[in-house]
Design a protein around this ligand. Structure first.
Ligand code: ARG
Length: 460
C-alpha cells in the first residue's frame, strides 16, 4: 500500500516492520480526539486563508462523517496505515477528494499526537476525578451510617487504641481528596495546546494557535514548539497521580482482605463480590480486593516504563514516545476498573460491629488513656507512662484486664487514682475523650463528616 509519506522511498516497507511499528491497534481509541483536533485545525486553516473556506468546510463535513462511521463500527482501520492519524487522513481524502490532502498543512503527526493525547487525558482525568468523588461519597455514607461502630485502631498491625470505624474510613477520604488535588493540578498542565508546533520548528504559514486553543477549550498554548512535541511530562504526572492513588486504594484493599479473614472477622463480603475455591468447598475469597492490590503494581509499572522511555531521549520527538500511549491507556483502564468495582462492593460490605468492639476491648487498648488520666491529675507524662506500664505488666502477670482492676489495685500504683478512672478504661469512654481536632471522638468525627460532605463535592 502506498504510504502518505511514500514520495522519497523506492521500496515498500517490510511487513515485519509494518507490524512492529504500527500503533493503530491501540491508538485507534484516540479517534474522537484526532477528529476533534483536525476539525479545529481545518477551521483555523480556512479562517486564516491558508486553505479556501470551501475546502475547510469540506474537510469538516468529511471528518464528521468519518466520526459517525467509526462510532457505528463501519470504519475499516487499515494496519498498513500505521496509526490513527494516517487512517483518518487517508479515509478523508478517499471520501472528499483533493481537499483532504490540504488538512495536514502546517501540522505534523508530532504535534498532532501530542494534541490527541492531551485531549484524551483531559477527559479521562475528569472522569477519574468524578469516579473518586462518587467513591468518597459512598464512604462518607458508610461512615455516617456506622457512627457508633468501634474498632481497634492499629499501628504495626498491633491493636493500638480504640477508634471509630467511621474515623478510619474518613482517613481514606482524606487521601482521596489529596489524590483529586493532584489530578486537578495535573489538568492544568495537560490543558495546553501543542498543535502548531508542527514537526518541531513551527511553520512559515500564518497559523493562529490561540484560535485553535480557544476552539478546543485549552487554557493556554505550549509556547516553545520544540518543547511542545518533546514534552510528555503531563503523562508522567498523570501516571504518578494514578500511582499514588493506587497506593491508597491498595492499602484499602489490603484491609478488606485482612478484615475478611477468619482471624479478624470484622467484615463479611457480599457473595457477588467474592469467589469460591475449585477444591476447598468452604472458601469465600476476597479476589476483588486482592486484584485491586495486584493491579496496583501494573500502574507503577506504567509510570516507571514511561520515565525510562523518556530519560535518554534527545529533543525533540522520537518514535520511542509512541510507547507512552500503551502506558497511559493501561493505567487509565486499570484505575477506572478498580474504582468502579470498589465503589460497587463497598456499600455491600457487612461490618461485624460486635466482633470489632470486642477486639477493641480485649486488649490494653485504653492504656494510653490511663496515662493521660494521670497527666490530668498532675503527673508528668513520662512518669504516667511508666506507672501505666507497670499496671499493664501486673494485669498480664495476673491474667486480668484493666477493667477488672479494683480501686485498691489502682491505688497501689498511684494515689492519684480515683473512681473516675473507670470512665477512661472503657472503650466508649476512651473514644469520648479524644476530642482534639481531628480526633476519634464522635462529635469530632461528625464534624469531619459534614466538612467532607461539603468539600468532596466542590471542585478542587
Ligand atoms: N504513532 C505515532 C506516535 O504515536 C505518531 C507520531 C509519529 N510521528 C512520526 N514522525 N513518525 O507517536
Amino acid at each position: 500500500m502506498k504510504k502518505l509519506w511514500g514520495g522519497r522511498f523506492k521500496e515498500n516497507t517490510s511487513e515485519t516492520v509494518e507490524a512492529f511499528t504500527e500503533s493503530i491497534s491501540f491508538d485507534r481509541r484516540l479517534w474522537k480526539y484526532d477528529i476533534e483536533g483536525s476539525i479545529a485545525h481545518a477551521r483555523m486553516l480556512g479562517r486564516q486563508g491558508i486553505i479556501s473556506k470551501r475546502d475547510s468546510d469540506k474537510i469538516v463535513c468529511g471528518l464528521k462523517e468519518i466520526a459517525l462511521e467509526i462510532e457505528n463500527g463501519k470504519f475499516r482501520f487499515i494496519p498498513e496505515l500505521e496509526d490513527i492519524h494516517m487512517n483518518i487522513e487517508a479515509a478523508l481524502t478517499k471520501k472528499i477528494g483533493p481537499a483532504g490532502k490540504r488538512l495536514h498543512t502546517a501540522r505534523s503527526r508530532n504535534d498532532q499526537v501530542a494534541l490527541d493525547l492531551r485531549l484524551y487525558l483531559r477527559d479521562e482525568t475528569n472522569q477519574i476525578i468524578s469516579l473518586i468523588t462518587l467513591f468518597e461519597k459512598g464512604l462518607i455514607e458508610i461512615a455516617d451510617n456506622h457512627i457508633d461502630a468501634v474498632m481497634p485502631g492499629y499501628t504495626h498491625t498491633q491493636r493500638a487504641q480504640p477508634v471509630l470505624l467511621s474515623h478510619h474510613f474518613l482517613a481514606y477520604v482524606e487521601m482521596f481528596e489529596r489524590d483529586k488535588e493532584r489530578f486537578v493540578d495535573c489538568l492544568r498542565r495537560i490543558n495546553r495546546l501543542p498543535l502548531g508546533a508542527c514537526a518541531l520548528a513551527g511553520t512559515s504559514l500564518p497559523i493562529d494557535r490561540a484560535y485553535v486553543a480557544k476552539l478546543l477549550g485549552f487554557a493556554s498554548v505550549a509556547e516553545n514548539s520544540i518543547d511542545a512535541v518533546s514534552d510528555r511530562d503531563f503523562c508522567v504526572e498523570f501516571l504518578s497521580a494514578c500511582s499514588i492513588f493506587m497506593v491508597h486504594l491498595s492499602r484499602m484493599a489490603e484491609e478488606v482482605v485482612l478484615w475478611a479473614s477468619e482471624e479478624f472477622s470484622f467484615i463479611e463480603l457480599p457473595d457477588a463480590f467474592t469467589t469460591g475455591s475449585s477444591i476447598m468447598p468452604q472458601k469465600k475469597n476476597p479476589d476483588v480486593a486482592e486484584l485491586v492490590r495486584g493491579k496496583t503494581g501494573r500502574v507503577f509499572g506504567s509510570l516507571v516504563s514511561l520515565l525510562t522511555a523518556l530519560k535518554g531521549l534527545p529533543l525533540s520527538y522520537n518514535r520511542d514516545m509512541q510507547e507512552d500511549k500503551v502506558q497511559v491507556f493501561d493505567a487509565t483502564d486499570t484505575v477506572k476498573a478498580c474504582l468502579v468495582v470498589m465503589n460497587e462492593m463497598f456499600p455491600l460490605i457487612r461490618f461485624d460491629k460486635r466482633r470489632m468492639f470486642s477486639a477493641a476491648s480485649e486488649t490494653f487498648a485504653t492504656a494510653t488513656d490511663i496515662a493521660e488520666y494521670l497527666v490530668r491529675k498532675g503527673m508528668p507524662f513520662r512518669e504516667a507512662h511508666e506507672v501505666t506500664g507497670r499496671i499493664v505488666r501486673y494485669c498480664i502477670d495476673n491474667r486480668e484486664r484493666l477493667g477488672d482492676l479494683k480501686m485498691e489495685d489502682f491505688r497501689r500504683f498511684s494515689p492519684l487514682f480515683s473512681r473516675d478512672v473507670y470512665q477512661c478504661i472503657s472503650v466508649d469512654g476512651s473514644i469520648k475523650l479524644k476530642k482534639s481536632r481531628g480526633g476519634t471522638a464522635k462529635e469530632e468525627v461528625k464534624k469531619q463528616i459534614s466538612r467532607l460532605r461539603r468539600t468532596v463535592t466542590s471542585n478542587k
